[in-house]
Design a protein around this ligand. Structure first.
Ligand code: CBY
Length: 434
C-alpha cells in the first residue's frame, strides 16, 4: 500500500533526472539563427562552377530548411535544368539522385521537371549500372556507397522501383564499401542509414511488399551502422570529422530507436559545429549545404513530407551579404615545405610558396620544377579539385586506387584546393588503396 503511494514520487524524481537534450529536439534555437549566417553567405556567394551536385546539394538544403531566397533558388534550378537537358548521360547516379531530391523537395513547382524528363526511370537505370559494375568488378560500384545510398534514398522517397532483396544483399554493414582502408566512412554510413530507414518505413507502411526476413535484416543493419557511426564520435562531439557530422546527425535523428539516449549528447555536437562555423570551417558551398539541415532539425527523409517546408528561418536570409574576405596574414612572405610523391619509392623536393598557399599551389610549383616526377592531372568536383593522376598513374574506382593526401604522414580531411599549407610541413601525395 505504502509502496504504491511512493511510486508517483519516484517517477517524478526519475523524470527530473532525465537529461534535457533529447535528440529529437536538438536543433539551433531561433535566437541562435544568426550563428548560421556564415553558411547562408557561403551558399549565396557561390558561383556554382563546381558542377551540378554542388547546386543540387545547396538547393536541397535551402528547400529543406525553408529559406525563402527565390533569387538563388531560381538560379540553381536553371543550372540543374541545363544539366538535365544537355548532359544527363554524364551525370553520376548519386548526382542524379541529389537532383531528384532537390527538385522534389517540399512540393515546389520545379518538381515537374522530375516527371517531364523521366528522371526516376533514368535513376533506376543508373542504379542498375552500379550493381552491374559491382558484379563485374569484384564488388566495386561505378562510384561509391555514398552515391548508392543516395540512389536508394531517392528511389524510395519518389516511388521508384528497386529490389528490396538487392538492398539487403548489398548493404550489409560488413561490406568493404563502407570503409576506406580500415577507416569506417561516417558520411557513407550515415547516408546508408537514411536510405535504409526510408526502405524500412515503406515496408512497414505496406507501400512495398517483401518477406519478413528482409525487414528484420534492414533493422539489424541500421542498428549496426548506427553503432559504427557512434563509435566515431570524438571527445568534442564531432562524429567522424567536421564535414561528416551534419549527415551523421541526420542519421541519428531518424534512428533514435536504435541507441540509448545517453549514447549521444546531441547538444554538445551541435555546439561544436556552431563553433566550427564561426571559425570559417564550412567555406565551400557543398560543405555548408551538407551541414545546415541537421542544425535546423531536418533530415533528407523530410523531403517528401507533404509540406512546403516553410519555417521561421525564412526570415534570416533576406539581407544582402558582403563577401567574407579571407585575410591571409603576411601573405607577401614565403614559406617552404617538403613535398613528396610516394608510389613505391618516394620522390621529394623542397618547395617555396607564398604564405597562405594551398596544397594545390605546392603541387603546381613542384610540377614546374620537374614535370616528369611531379606532373599531375586533376578534375573539378563539388568539393573542389580532385587529383586524378600523378606521374601518369591514374586513380581507378574499379581497382579502389586513389591519390591520398597527407601531412606529416596523417591523411588530410580537406582537398588540395582548400588545405592551407604551413611552413616546414611535410606534404605527401601517396598512391593508395581504399
Ligand atoms: N559524393 C561522393 O561521391 C563522395 C562521397 C565521399 C564519401 C565524400 C568524401 C563524402 C561527402 N559528404 O560527399 C568520398 N569522399 C569518397 C567516396 C571518396 C572516394 C572517391 C572515389 C570513389 N570511389 O567515388 C575516395 C577516393 C576514397 C576519396 N573520397 C578520396 C578523398 C581524398 C581526395 C584526394 C585527391 N586525390 O584529390 C581526400 C582529400 C582524403 C585524403 N586525405 O586523401 C578526401 N577524399 C576528402 C578529404 C573528402 C572530404 C572532403 C572535405 C573537404 N572539406 O574538402 C569528404 C567530405 C569527401 C568529399 N572526401 Co573523399 C569526407 C570527409 O572528410 N567527411 C556524391 C556526389 C554526388 O557529390
Amino acid at each position: 500500500m505504502r509502496q504504491s503511494h511512493q511510486l508517483p514520487l519516484v517517477g517524478l524524481l526519475l523524470f527530473s533526472l532525465i537529461p534535457s537534450q533529447l535528440c529529437e529536439i536538438c536543433e539551433v534555437s531561433e535566437e541562435n539563427y544568426i550563428r548560421l549566417k556564415p553558411l547562408l553567405n557561403t551558399m549565396n556567394q557561390s558561383k556554382y562552377t563546381r558542377g551540378t551536385s554542388s547546386s543540387a546539394n545547396v538547393l536541397l538544403s535551402l528547400q529543406l530548411v525553408g529559406i525563402q531566397n527565390q533569387n538563388l533558388k531560381q538560379k540553381l534550378i536553371q543550372q540543374i535544368k541545363y544539366t538535365v537537358k544537355t548532359r544527363l548521360s554524364q551525370v553520376s547516379s548519386g548526382e542524379l539522385a541529389l537532383i531528384i531530391l532537390a527538385l522534389g523537395a517540399c512540393r515546389n513547382p520545379a518538381e515537374n521537371l522530375i516527371y517531364d524528363y523521366h528522371l526516376i526511370d533514368k535513376l533506376e537505370n543508373k542504379f542498375q549500372a552500379e550493381i552491374e559494375n559491382m558484379e563485374a568488378h569484384n564488388g566495386n560500384p561505378l562510384t561509391n556507397y555514398y552515391q548508392l545510398s543516395l540512389d536508394v534514398l531517392a528511389l524510395c522517397l519518389f516511388n521508384g522501383t528497386y529490389s528490396t532483396t538487392k538492398v539487403v544483399n548489398y548493404f550489409t554493414p560488413e561490406n568493404k564499401n563502407y570503409y576506406f582502408g580500415s577507416q569506417f566512412s561516417v558520411d557513407t554510413g550515415a547516408m546508408a542509414v537514411l536510405a535504409l530507414t526510408c526502405v524500412k518505413r515503406s515496408l512497414i507502411n505496406g507501400q512495398v511488399k517483401t518477406d519478413e526476413s528482409n525487414l528484420k535484416n534492414i533493422s539489424i543493419y541500421i542498428k549496426s551502422l548506427v553503432e559504427k557511426i557512434l563509435s566515431e564520435k570524438k571527445e568534442n562531439g564531432l562524429i567522424g570529422n567536421t564535414f561528416s557530422t551534419g549527415e551523421a546527425m541526420q542519421a541519428l535523428f531518424v534512428s533514435s530507436d536504435y541507441y540509448h539516449e545517453n549514447d549521444w549528447n546531441c547538444q554538445q555536437t551541435l555546439n561544436t559545429v556552431l563553433t566550427e562555423i564561426s571559425q570559417g570551417a564550412f567555406s565551400i558551398p557543398i560543405a555548408a549545404a551538407q551541414v545546415l539541415p541537421a542544425l535546423m532539425g531536418k533530415t533528407f527523409l523530410d523531403v517528401n513530407k507533404n509540406s512546403s517546408c516553410v519555417s521561421a528561418a525564412g526570415n534570416f536570409s533576406n539581407s544582402t551579404h558582403e563577401p567574407v574576405t579571407v585575410t591571409t596574414p603576411g601573405s607577401q612572405s614565403s614559406i617552404s615545405v617538403n613535398y613528396s610523391v610516394t608510389i613505391n619509392e618516394t620522390y621529394s623536393a623542397n618547395v617555396t610558396v607564398p604564405n597562405g598557399s594551398v596544397f594545390l599551389d605546392v603541387m603546381e610549383k613542384a610540377q614546374k620544377m620537374n614535370d616528369t616526377i611531379f606532373g599531375f592531372t586533376m578534375e573539378e568536383s563539388s568539393w573542389g579539385p580532385y587529383i586524378t593522376s600523378v606521374q601518369g598513374l591514374w586513380a581507378s574506382n574499379n581497382d579502389r586506387t586513389y591519390w591520398e593526401l597527407l601531412s606529416g604522414g596523417i591523411p588530410l580531411s580537406q582537398g588540395v584546393g582548400s588545405y592551407v599549407v604551413h611552413d616546414g610541413e611535410n606534404l605527401e601525395v601517396r598512391w593508395s588503396k581504399y
